[in-house]
Design a protein around this ligand. Structure first.
Ligand code: COA
Length: 182
């Protein structure tokens, strides 16, 4: 189950696994112990869809504009083979990430971003949880990522371990991180 309550998003793994074939996990507005639970969806998005355009806009806002950068269209084209994940409140994107195949056992989580107004409310952790389930269902046993140093504690809390020295990407210090997901 995915629901939004008192500024926290909760995800129940069993529910995700059951519904993953549908590419979409959606919950409608519900009443739960007197709290309003808003419509919330964690979805696999199609490349070049309207939802994908929203995802690129969010990533530009959160991950590129603050650095004075934009996306190279040639890099975006490569995303047609990736697994694209978005969190939506009704039709509005709130957060996202991308899974890229590294080899038959390993996939790389990239482009993790949560809308600034929603950060530190549990949404990022929910997206990661969903992404790990999607990766597991696709047969991957290892997740790797390049964490901005400023975000490495977020990944550490989710069980990721640093497995490289510090390096620079998009002009920022990064750390390689890894987690077994089988
Ligand atoms: C990093 C980011 C994806 C985290 O998503 P979020 O929704 O803000 O994170 P959550 O609220 O789910 O946080 C989960 C836990 O990690 C902690 N956390 C989140 N961001 C953190 C950070 N930058 N530093 C240290 N701890 C952090 C939270 O406090 C929370 O801890 P708790 O479980 O003890 O309460 C989001 O803040 C973001 O988009 N930041 C800007 C872009 C960015 O840095 N992306 C990552 C690129 S590698």
């Amino acid at each position: 189950m995915v629901y939004w309550r008192k500024n926290k998003v909760f995800v129940e793994k069993k529910m995700i696994n059951r519904q993953i074939d549908m590419k979409t996990l959606i919950f409608n507005r519900l009443q739960f112990k007197n709290d309003l639970i808003c419509a919330m969806a964690l979805k696999i998005i199609d490349y070049n869809s309207e939802q994908y355009q929203q995802m690129v806009a969010l990533r530009t806002e959160v991950l590129r504009k603050p650095l004075g950068l934009v996306y190279d269209p040639a890099d975006l084209v490569k995303e047609k083979d990736d697994i694209l994940i978005g969190a939506f409140d009704d039709d509005r994107i709130l957060g996202c990430c991308i899974l890229t195949k590294v080899d038959s056992n390993t996939c790389k989580l990239r482009q993790m971003a949560v809308h600034p107004s929603m950060q530190r409310n549990g949404l990022g952790a929910s997206i990661m949880n969903f992404a790990e389930n999607v990766a597991r269902d696709a047969g991957y046993t290892k997740m790797v990522l390049h964490a901005r140093k400023t975000a490495s504690k977020f990944y550490e809390k989710l069980g990721y371990a640093v497995n490289t020295g510090e390096f620079i990407e998009v002009n920022l210090p990064h750390l390689g991180m890894i987690k077994s997901i089988f």
